[in-house]
Each structure stands twice: as structure tokens, then as C-alpha cells.
Ligand binder design. Sequence first.
Ligand SMILES: [Zn+2]
Length: 200
Amino acid sequence: MTSVGHSLAGLSLYFIFNRKLSLLKEWKNVLFFLILANLPDLDFLPGIVSGDLNRYHHGASHSIGFCLLVGVIAAGIYKLRKNAPFINPVRNARKPVRENKISNWVKYGFISFCLCFSHILIDLFGRDTCPPYGEKLFWPFSNKYFIASFTPFGEVDHTSLMTIVLNPCNYVVVLKEIIVFIPILLGIFIFIKVKNKKCT
Ligand SMILES: [Zn+2]
């Protein structure tokens, strides 16, 4: 899967969790969601350094353990920040401010976990023709690799940075991701817009 599909999924989660539709005004929050939705692919970095792009791909960073770690770190960062939070998860106006503050760091960690985990789930549906097939979904509890039996998006050529850009097969994967994720994104956008209107 490419960063296009992951970013569209991250944007969908942004609308679900933040319920704000003004992307430009909220660009910092949007950027935060996009980075976390793509974070597991940071495993390409040691591959770039070693000269073998795929070497560490779909390892520990594509696992539930990594997502939990990101969630815990994000919650910790939120809790340590005494002033205005960088991101403001949905507040419950009926609850006292102090209670809101306590629960917000949990929400912050949960949202961060969900963003990372969306990446892992989506990658399960990408074709993988090089062993080991799939990703270490349940690491560190299991080292077994998992992949969905239905992989409609095809395989992304990660042989090198050049092939990522130049291989036409990668553009087909991007096109499939757009076809699948844009309608989902628009559906969520319209749903939130209607819901927001009803609340005002
Ligand atoms: Zn990935």
C-alpha cells in the first residue's frame, strides 16, 4: 500500500475523531493525523541507510505492539504538556473540566493507536510476493507473519526509491486506493457535516 491510501484513511479518522471539517484552519492537527497514519513505514529509513529498501519493511513497526507503544508515548506526551493541547479530542461538555483533562490523555493515546493500527490493517490487503509474506501483526506476542487472503490493491514495487516513483504498477495501486478510500472519506465528511448542522 502507498502513502496515498494511508493518508486518505488518516484523513477519514481525522473527521471521525476531530469532527472539524476546516482542513486549512486545522492544518497542524491534520498533519499530525497524516504523520501517524504513515508512521509504521518509517521502517524504510534503516533500509535506505543499508542500501536495501525492503530489508526491514513489514517488521516490528507493522505490529500491534508498535501501535500500542505509539499510543502510550502519545498519551504520555499529552499528559506532560500542561498548557493548550496540540490536538483536542472530542470533549464531553457535561463533565467537569478536571475530569475532561484526565480522560483526554487517554483519548489522545487511543486516537494515536487507531491511526497507526489503521495502517497495519490496510497493509494486510496489499499483495506481497516476497517471503516472508505479510506483516508481523501480533509482535511481540508472536513472530508469525499475517496477510489477508484477499489482496485487491496489488503489490507496490519497493525495490528502490527510483522504482517507487517510476514503476507504472505503483500508479495502478494508487488509483485503486483512490477508488476505494475517496468514497469512504466523502461519506464520512458528509455524515459529520450533517451531524454538525443538527447540533447547531
Ligand atoms: Zn506500511
